[in-house]
Design a protein around this ligand. Structure first.
Ligand SMILES: Cc1ncc(COP(=O)(O)O)c(C=O)c1O
Length: 392
């Protein structure tokens, strides 16, 4: 039995989504910009999906712009707002320290081009204190970008409060909601944001299908120049099958949102309780309550998370670390570091993320397997006792 507990990395497609993608590939192959029958069928598929995506976040379909992924949506929001506001003289951008690389590296790129950037910290539980944001926002701030839910620890930020603070100084508010849309109710009006990123492959839709919600009236410079697709906001022929799949995934998520959230919370809590009870030195990272229901980040004292990840994979269990392995060096999670954790704890942490096909049996299997593996790895790394010589 193989167990997939890495839904925050990506999710398997729901069966209805697979059907929709196949059907659109077969019969909605036209270019949605073409005026003939084939084009109009493709356009109808895009419109239908747009309504479903808009409904999932309580936006208007005309405010949805399709993109190729959460990464593109984040880039479009940040670069587009920065460029649109440049003539106003606002040259300051704010994000949080725990953003996804799609945001942090876009900030770094803009900083190299002369933008002034600030990062608002999080507390030990991984939450931004609105007062810390208030200290940073000024009349020079063009954009504030703070994620809704964090991908590594699942914590949910007080976006409505943060938006109000950004708006008091006239800044545009963006939230990367890639890890919250489809997991918890998301209402763009209640959040008070101007821009919101979402991505289909995090809620059982296809990869390469995503959207940026742009509140009507928000000034944004298009990043892609070309034809007049997406009301001239994002040029390029739309990927109809993937976007049709996103529409079906959005409807599915909306229809199951509350039931799934409750089911996953129960499974996640069972997993956490089981592991913490059975493994000495195991601790949950991040706020307990202000979290998406599917995510658990656990540190295991005196165990290298990478070794545990590999040992679990050999047992058929897929999880992940917050670490990015780049060019042979292990980088400790920037999220856990930003929470003030020691380098040991950041390197001892594993993320378990559950989803649509996760079951109680799977949870129980993981609870049964983890303690033994942790014990084994601890014994392997224990420094050998110096043997006393028999002859003195
Ligand atoms: C919070 C967050 N933002 C953005 C992204 C990027 O989305 P995509 O993989 O669709 O480019 C991810 C994906 O891991 C994410 O978790």
């Amino acid at each position: 039995m193989r167990i997939y507990f890495d839904y925050n990395a990506t999710t398997p497609l729901a069966p209805d989504v697979i059907e929709a993608v196949i059907e659109a590939t077969r019969s909605q192959f036209g270019n949605a910009s073409s005026v003939h029958h084939f084009g109009q069928r493709a356009k109808a598929a895009l419109d239908d999906a747009r309504s479903a995506v808009a409904a999932l976040i309580h936006g208007d379909p005309s405010e949805i712009v399709y993109t190729s992924g959460g990464t593109e949506s984040d880039n479009f929001a940040i670069r587009g707002a920065a460029e649109a506001l440049e003539p106003s003289g606002r040259r300051h951008l704010i994000a949080s320290t725990i953003e996804h690389e799609a945001v942090l590296n876009t900030f770094k790129a803009l900083a190299r081009r002369g933008w002034h950037t600030s990062l608002v910290p999080v507390d030990q539980t991984g939450i931004v204190d609105p007062e810390r944001l208030r200290e940073l926002v000024t009349k020079d701030t063009a954009l504030v970008s703070i994620m809704h839910a964090n991908n590594e620890i699942g914590t949910i930020q007080p976006i409505a409060q943060l938006s109000a603070i950004a708006h008091q100084q006239g800044a545009v508010m963006h939230t990367d909601a890639v890890q919250s849309v489809g997991k918890i109710p998301v209402d763009v009006r209640a959040l008070g944001v101007d821009l919101l990123s979402l991505s289909a492959h995090k809620f059982n839709g296809p990869k390469g299908a995503a959207a940026l919600w742009i509140k009507r009236g928000t000034r944004l410079q298009p990043m892609m120049t070309g034809g007049k697709h997406e009301r001239s906001r994002r040029a390029g022929t739309e990927n109809v099958p993937a976007l049709a799949g996103m529409g079906v995934a959005a409807r599915l998520a909306a229809s199951k949102l509350e039931i799934e959230a409750g089911r996953l919370r129960a499974l996640r809590d069972r997993l956490e309780d089981g592991i913490v009870r059975a493994v000495p030195g195991a601790a949950i990272n991040g706020a307990r309550d202000l979290r998406v229901p599917n995510t658990s980040n656990i540190s295991f004292d005196r165990v290298e998370a990478e070794s545990l990840l590999i040992a679990l994979d050999l047992e058929g269990i897929a999880v992940s670390t917050g670490s990015a392995c780049s060019s042979g060096t292990l980088e400790p999670s920037h999220v856990l570091r930003a929470m003030g954790f020691s380098s040991h704890r950041t390197q001892n942490s594993l993320r378990f993320s559950l989803g649509l096909f996760s079951t109680e049996q799977e949870v129980d299997r993981v609870i049964a397997v983890v303690p033994g593996l942790v014990e084994k790895l601890r014994n392997l790394t224990r420094t050998p006792k110096v043997q006393k010589s028999a002859v003195s």
